[in-house]
Design a protein around this ligand. Structure first.
Ligand code: SAM
Length: 323
């Protein structure tokens, strides 16, 4: 064991998760903690990178099929559009504009772990669509999903864009889908984006830009730990490393210690030892094919009712209903 463990009490799930991740062997950190103000900004930069094809592919699907998608969303008594991990809502805006233009009766409930992202999104939408009912909810998917069953008076459309599900390994993705399914009624639907398996080089490039934006995005975990837990991580002593396994479709991001070091987190009174080239696993970005998406859906008692594909076939959005 390379790290000293002392019994600690935790003031938040952030503290507990960081402690558990950095005292584990091998070490890991959850990617959801990348998203603070700086993390949100870096992700917006990532979405503009020429290598990061995901945003453009999903944008193209929503722009091309927005009428049909909005038609599928609409219910006779109106509906609640609940978006999990909404981020800056740039793509969602296309659908909101269409629904607004059509005079659809709906409320938009963006959910995100990042209060900063929700604050910016709400301000943008209020300025552009002053009469739209926007009800942001800060929290983690699983917490908020438990409260979703209270939205039961009319149809619910649950939306997850950006292949956010790809941050979960298959067993966790199934739990995520099961949670969503259990909050759904027969007429409700789930609209979700899944990045597809493709040329492995294209996937590697998307998470490994030469300008280092993705590296800074991953290292933001260490910056945040330094700030919030009074840590002394030296970010230059970590190298961002990406790999992709074309068989499983799993892209994995790591921060690799370039030398032996000791890091101290004052707030947790935790000393963490790193051997040279020791890793911290920071993110997974799972890639899919139709068979895998169908299998995941079946595991959660969901059925695919519609599929929208980007021109190059590199990205798909699926509509799911309860089986
Ligand atoms: C990859 S970004 C995608 C944003 C947006 N869906 C898009 O397609 O542009 C992921 C978003 O999900 C949020 N997020 C990540 N993990 C989360 C979790 N466990 N619970 C709630 N939000 C989460 C992040 O704060 C971030 O805004």
């Amino acid at each position: 064991m390379s790290t000293e463990k002392t019994p600690v009490t935790f003031a938040s799930s952030f503290e507990r998760d960081i402690y558990e991740g950095l005292t584990a062997d091998p070490k890991f950190l959850y990617s959801k903690y990348i998203y603070d103000r700086r993390g949100d900004e870096l992700f917006q930069k990532i979405m503009e990178l020429p290598e990061y094809y995901l945003t453009r592919a999903e944008f193209e699907i929503l722009r091309t099929h927005r009428k049909e998608i909005c038609q599928i969303f609409r219910g006779s008594k109106g509906f609640d559009l609940i978006e999990l991990g909404a981020g800056d809502g740039k793509k969602t805006r296309l659908l909101l504009e269409e629904l607004d233009k059509d005079g659809a009766a709906f409320s938009y409930i963006p959910v995100d772990i990042s209060q900063n992202a929700l604050h910016n999104l709400e301000a943008k939408l209020k300025a552009e669509f002053p009469t739209m009912k926007v009800l942001p909810r800060q929290g983690m998917y699983f917490e908020v999903l438990q409260q979703l069953s209270s939205y039961n008076s009319r149809k619910k459309v649950i939306m997850v864009l950006g292949s956010n599900i790809g941050n979960l390994l298959h067993p966790q993705a199934i739990t995520f889908l099961k949670n969503i399914e259990s909050s759904m009624n027969k007429s409700d639907m789930l609209f979700m984006g899944f990045d597809q398996k493709k040329d492995p080089q294209k996937i590697l490039d998307a998470y490994n830009d030469p300008g280092g934006v993705t590296a800074a995005f991953n290292k933001n975990l260490l910056v945040r730990i330094n700030r919030e837990l009074k840590g002394d991580f030296c970010t230059e002593k970590f190298r961002h490393w990406e790999c992709y396994d074309p068989e499983s479709g799993t892209a994995k991001s790591f921060l690799v210690a370039t030398e032996a070091m000791e890091v101290y987190l004052k707030k947790l009174d935790l000393r963490i030892h790193f051997k040279p080239w020791e890793t911290i696993h920071t993110e997974i970005s799972q890639k899919y094919d139709d068979e895998t998406v169908t299998w995941l859906a079946n595991q959660a008692n969901l059925a695919i009712t519609e599929t929208f594909t980007s021109t190059e076939g590199s990205y798909k959005n699926y509509v799911f209903k309860k089986q």
